[in-house]
Design a protein around this ligand. Structure first.
Ligand code: MG
Length: 384
């Protein structure tokens, strides 16, 4: 049976250790552990399957690993090489689809929905293409969503390819579900729930009472339901919000008193947005009254921005409209972000872009107060 969404999880096999073995025939078939010097309480970063057979795994203390496999070859690891090979792997994956979401240096989800042909056949093609380009093996799990694809790759390691549909997972232990660690598995075990099939007999309410707010997610995962998208390569999770605030040394209520500070927090916020490569679509003004009551006001912008002046304009308007008694704190934040590179084509550039870019260069060299607007200059002089 072919899934309607065609999601793949590509996971390199014993990645760091395998890269270390490239071109070193003498190490093949030997237990190889990548990690720090055993004398320094270091841990295992990666190890070959020959070492795994003896119970060694990533995250284990190096001294313990050496107790298990005294004749292991210890290598210290060369991160630059792992990055180089990772780039090659992703180049190969991107030749199949732009929907490649990296989840680590050696793992990615791919979305091949809409393509034809058997999905396992596709998985094998990808595996072979990766091997041809790098001499490294990966395992490819397939499923109708990220959850099942990831579970499929875990089950088929190493050098494997496999498909999991929701009905295939009932006999698996609950720990096979993404997000169920040993702690949660132990809790469920106390109720006699050891397999995913048994987990399905619990209602949402019961799961929530055992596992708290995470119970809802586990209820869906137990049924193989997961609608998270596979993002395009290079996608970044936007921050919730970013902003700054200023506490006055004495309460103020007039615009000429609070505007220098407001201009300064807007400048800092705009700078952070530009450095992070985000444009915010909503400006939030917040202030605190004498009685500590916190008030927030929001304004949706015509188009998202990372410009101090635009943020300040919105914040000032709200401040003049709403602040009518003494305040002890003022702050601004922006939220509802889009990446600046995706917006460059779709919005008219703001007049201040070049000015702020030049100012940022000065600030990056000489500090954030080296170049400020006339309005926030007073903030620095007065520092109220
Ligand atoms: Mg891996």
């Amino acid at each position: 049976m072919e899934p309607d969404r065609r999601i793949l999880h590509v996971d390199m096999d014993a990645y760091f250790a395998s890269v270390e073995l490239l071109g070193r025939e003498e190490l093949h078939g030997r237990p190889v552990i990548v990690g720090g010097d055993p004398g320094f309480r270091s841990v295992v970063t990666s190890c070959t399957y020959e070492a795994r057979k003896h119970g060694v795994h990533a995250g284990m203390a190096m001294t313990r690993a050496l107790n298990l496999v005294p004749n292991a070859v210890i290598l210290s690891g060369s991160f630059a090489r792992y990055k180089t090979y990772s780039n090659r792997v992703f180049e190969v994956l991107l030749s199949f689809t732009p929907r490649v979401q990296a989840t680590s240096i050696d793992e990615a989800f791919m979305d091949l929905t809409g393509t034809s042909g058997g999905i396992i056949k596709r998985a094998r093609e990808i595996q072979k293409a990766v091997y041809d380009a790098t001499s490294l093996w990966c395992t490819v799990g397939c499923g109708p969503n990220r959850l099942l694809a990831k579970m499929a790759s875990n089950l088929n390691k190493p050098k494997g390819a496999g498909l999991l549909m929701p009905d295939d997972i009932v006999d698996l232990p609950v720990g096979a579900i993404w997000g169920i660690g040993p702690g949660t598995a132990g809790k469920l075990g106390m109720f006699g729930i050891d397999t995913i099939g048994r987990l399905r007999t619990l209602s949402r309410g019961v799961l929530r009472s055992i596992l708290g707010s995470g119970g809802e997610e586990i209820y869906r995962y137990a049924r193989g339901i997961d609608d998270r998208p596979v993002r395009f390569f290079g996608y970044r999770e936007p921050p919730k919000s970013m902003g700054h605030e200023h506490t006055f040394s004495h309460d103020v209520s007039l615009p000429e008193e609070y505007m220098p500070a407001l201009a300064m927090v807007c400048q800092k916020t705009g700078y952070r947005a530009r450095e992070g490569g985000w444009l915010g679509g909503v400006v939030t003004l917040k202030y605190r009254l004498r009685n500590m009551k916190r008030i927030t006001r929001q304004k949706i912008l015509a188009s998202p921005t990372d410009q101090d002046q635009t943020i300040l304009q919105a914040a000032e308007k709200m401040a003049r409209q709403h602040i009518d008694e003494p305040i002890r704190l003022i702050g601004v934040s922006i939220s509802h972000f889009v990446p600046s590179e995706s917006a460059q084509l779709s919005f008219f550039p703001e007049k201040t872009v070049e000015l702020n870019r030049a100012a940022d260069r000065v600030r990056n060299r000489y500090g954030d107060k080296a170049m400020v607007s006339a309005r926030s200059l007073e903030y620095i002089q007065r520092k109220c």
